[in-house]
Design a protein around this ligand. Structure first.
Ligand code: ARG
Length: 581
């Protein structure tokens, strides 16, 4: 018999079928199978208790009957615990069969595929042009990329779209400064974006000084938005320069987009947005601006969603509405996931409410809309991270520092390594460490950025996981026997540490499932960390190279699977591994 990949799902189904034969249960029964405390079993069904309570029945009696109705099986032992929990302890033979079955990338990818693949647009990274990417953008880029990889791993069709902020008010100030200072954009020097940032600052200062400059900046922006050729050419040049600087970072991080449409792509579609919302009576004029209120909502009944400013210019909201319409009609998106800072929660809530009404009125299907938001990266002083002079930290500087620090670590351990190899390893370790530090925290929380913590070889860090992979690789490098028949030769797990590691392996699909369900990569990180610590205990306790072939085969197989799952998990997180560290 083929063995199920996700055993929590399999056990749920088994329980549901049994429940149909027990008086007192009905279709509303949700078994809620979870990982059990290791002292009590491997899986635990928690669903009887809340179900019985709702129905005014005795949970223990109901659970008792359910257990008795389960078909006898050699694959597990079932027991009743507490007020009505059903515990499953998997048999050693069953654990072995599962591990035998899921031993390759193809096998786990195939088994993990969802029944119905969906088309999902992932809107992430999305920096603003004419500015350098700073530390704040790292979260969107890294979290977004890992979710894209995870959804692909599950068999979904993912469209990665970098929604650049390339059509905003910053261009008013910039164009003003460029024209007043008669700047040639082809001669901006080695750090063109830094120059642009200075120009923006200069423009901003000018508008603060006198009213006429402010009017001029607004006019430049409106001219640009109306398609004035001179302004458009300047704008295009700025966009290209910005894209080049972003690409350098994406190359380092291993991130690739299918599209970078940006806000500007939708500039010709904003009139259709106004018309659509006006015709349906969803927006109205308010002090010259076009706004949407949501009377049924506590806050948004009074707080307007401005979709056209009083000077006639479109804004962030307008282009986001047009973008969503486009993704739905042109790409047939079934889900759109936006990855941004938590400070944009209001914007997305209003965007989603407005679109729901708009699409509803036009009988269009609304894709599932998800705002994946995250907290702030803090410095060691617990305030938003800054340089010593109080400036935002440039992302490129941070990444280079990570590589440099990792290079020192590598050099210290292996002083004789060629410089090129040091650099290669340092990239994998340094960038992996920065990514993992971000992904391993619940994304809705702020976290303190600390070099010492994220590069530590011990604890829940990328170097620790990468080291576990390298250690397993070295076992196989040294092994001279035949690896082809481990599966056939292995005996079932027996020792405490074999069993514990085997059961950890079985939980891999659950970790992915929970990560997808909540769109929170830290669940996968926690799992990988526990897998690595489980491996470490096993490896310290149970010698792998024993003479008994059945025992050795099992232990080698446990090593190989641990490596496979660690590598697969890290790859999903966008983190590379090394054969030697
Ligand atoms: N450019 C925006 C920023 O830097 C993020 C855009 C997010 N995506 C969107 N469709 N609004 O904050």
């Amino acid at each position: 018999m083929e063995i199920s990949y996700d055993l929590s799902e399999y056990l749920s189904e088994t329980l549901r079928i049994a429940a149909q034969k027990v008086d007192g249960f009905d279709d509303a029964f949700e078994p809620q199978v979870r990982v059990a405390d290791e002292r009590f079993g491997d899986f635990q069904a928690n669903g009887v208790l809340p179900f019985a309570k709702r129905k005014g029945q005795n949970p223990r009696a109901l659970a008792e009957q359910l257990i008795q109705t389960l078909p006898p099986s050699e694959d597990w032992e079932v027991s009743l615990a507490g007020p009505g929990f059903v515990n499953f302890s998997l048999s050693p033979g069953f654990l072995l069969r599962w591990i035998q079955a899921y031993g390759s990338d193809d096998a786990i990818r195939g088994a993990g595929k969802v029944g119905q693949s969906r088309k999902i647009v992932l809107d992430y990274s999305s920096p603003n042009t004419a500015k350098q990417m700073h530390v704040g953008h790292i979260r969107s880029t890294i979290i977004g990329e890992s979710l894209a990889r995870l959804l692909e791993h599950r068999g979904h069709e993912v469209i990665r779209d970098n929604h650049l902020g390339d059509w905003g008010t910053q261009f008013g100030m910039l164009l003003l400064a460029i024209k007043r200072e008669q700047v040639n954009l082809d001669e901006l020097g080695d750090e063109p974006i830094a120059r642009l940032e200075n120009l923006y600052r200069a423009g901003n200062a000018l508008t603060k000084e006198d009213e006429s400059a402010l009017t001029e900046a607004r006019e430049e922006l409106v001219k640009l938005q109306k398609g004035d050729p001179e302004n458009l050419a300047l704008w295009q040049k700025i966009r290209d320069l910005s894209m080049d600087s972003f690409e350098r970072i994406y190359d380092l991080l291993g991130v690739r987009f299918d599209h970078a449409h940006g806000e500007s792509f939708y500039r010709d579609q904003v009139d259709a947005v106004y018309a659509g919302l006006q015709e349906r009576g969803i927006c109205r004029e308010d002090a010259g601006a076009l706004v949407v209120f949501h009377p049924e909502h506590k806050r948004f009944a009074k707080q307007p969603f401005i979709i056209r400013k009083s000077d006639g210019a479109s804004n962030y909201a307008t282009t986001d509405l047009a973008t969503l319409a486009y993704r739905t009609s042109e790409w047939r998106a079934e889900q759109v996931i936006y990855v941004t800072d938590g400070r944009q929660r209001d914007h997305f809530e209003q965007l989603f409410l407005t679109t729901e009404k708009w699409f509803g009125a036009e009988n269009k299907t609304l894709p599932t809309l998800s705002h994946v938001w995250f907290g702030t990266i803090l410095g060691e002083d617990n305030k938003a991270i800054k340089t010593r002079d109080g400036e935002p930290i440039k992302l490129i500087d941070l990444l280079n520092e990570a590589i440099q620090r990792a290079a020192e670590m590598v050099r210290e351990k292996k002083p004789d390594l060629a410089e090129e190899e040091i650099r290669r390893r340092a990239q994998v370790i340094g960038l992996g460490a920065v990514k993992y530090a971000d992904l391993s925290q619940d994304r809705t929380l702020d976290y303190v950025f600390s070099w010492d913590k994220l590069l530590a070889m011990q604890g829940n860090t990328a170097p620790y996981l990468q080291y576990a992979v390298a250690r397993i690789s070295s076992i196989f490098r040294k092994f001279e026997g035949d690896l082809s028949s481990l599966e056939e030769n292995a005996r079932p797990p027996k020792t405490e540490h074999e069993r514990s590691l085997a059961r950890k392996l079985v939980f891999f699909p659950l970790a992915l499932e929970q990560t997808v369900k909540e769109l929170k990569p830290h669940f996968l990180c926690t799992y990988l960390f526990e897998l690595a610590t489980g491996f470490s205990s096993f490896y310290n306790q149970d010698k792998v190279m024993v003479s008994d072939p059945a025992e050795r085969s099992l232990r080698l197989m446990l090593c190989a699977r641990t490596k496979l799952f660690l590598e697969t998990g890290l790859r999903i997180l966008g983190i590379e591994t090394l054969e030697e560290m």
